[in-house]
Ligand binder design. Structure first.
Ligand code: 5RP
Length: 231
């Protein structure tokens, strides 16, 4: 097995994406994820739409960036409405053995959760670096918070998850597509994740968390040894 630190992850991400896109059939309404892995899926859907392999596809994008990319590659994009989606394909930051996920390092967690909760099937695509034994092992947990009074919300969050910080790549905080900020929390590994999700969702100022619990149907996880399917 090659040293994981020297493996080029891009071909692996693409391989996982192609496996998921193979599940799409003509006429489907498809949730389009966000991030460097989901990008390969959007490009492949576009390729199949362009060459006529897939017809009547409608995409619902989980970010402005994915919306733009989808239109560029020729996918018809519609806003989210109450109708179910046949399938959604997206990346993740952590994948636990029971397919609980951390998502949102790319900042799109709110639109991702709003979209993917309406999907009959949520298919996760990733390289092997995203696999963890327990949620919180590798990735911070992104929490989208309202901008108004954000310092107070950060204080409330610090009472619940002491480690963490407001996402601030430069002089100003990172702003989501929804005009909100993100607090990246460090979780204590091994706690009751479902209880934590309830507590965070009940915290004033919290808009949404990057915990996607019980939502994914399966994951295609690519490593240099091939693509593993988890369900
Ligand atoms: C964006 C997400 C992404 O799906 C997640 O960050 C994985 O991204 P990448 O495929 O670039 O590693 O949740 O909000």
């Amino acid at each position: 097995m090659p040293d994981p630190r020297t493996v080029d992850l891009e071909p692996l991400k693409k391989e996982a994406a192609l496996r998921a896109v193979a599940l799409i059939e003509s006429g489907m309404r498809v949730g389009l994820g966000t991030g460097s892995t989901a990008k390969y899926a959007i490009e492949e859907i576009g390729r199949r739409v362009q060459n006529g392999e897939l017809t009547g596809i409608v995409g619902v994008a989980t970010s402005e960036a994915s919306d733009l990319l989808a239109r560029e590659v020729g996918i018809t994009v519609e806003p989210l409405d109450p109708r179910p989606l046949d399938i959604a394909i997206d990346g993740a930051d952590e994948i636990a053995p029971n397919l609980d996920l951390i998502k949102g390092l790319g900042g799109a967690l709110l639109r991702e959760k709003l979209t993917e909760v309406q999907a009959r099937r949520l298919i996760i695509i990733a390289d092997h670096s995203k696999i963890v034994g327990q949620i919180g092992e590798k990735s911070p947990l992104p929490i989208e918070i309202a901008r108004f009074g954000f310092l107070s919300t950060v204080e409330r969050l610090r009472q619940i998850v002491p480690g963490g910080r407001l996402r601030q790549p430069g002089a100003q905080p990172y702003v989501t597509d929804n005009g909100n900020y993100i607090y990246d929390a460090q979780l204590a590994v091994g706690g009751d994740i479902a209880a934590l999700e309830r507590q965070l969702k009940g915290t004033l100022g919290v808009v949404e968390t990057g915990l996607f619990l019980g939502m994914a149907e399966r994951a295609f996880v690519a490593s240099p040894d091939g693509v593993r399917e988890l369900s």
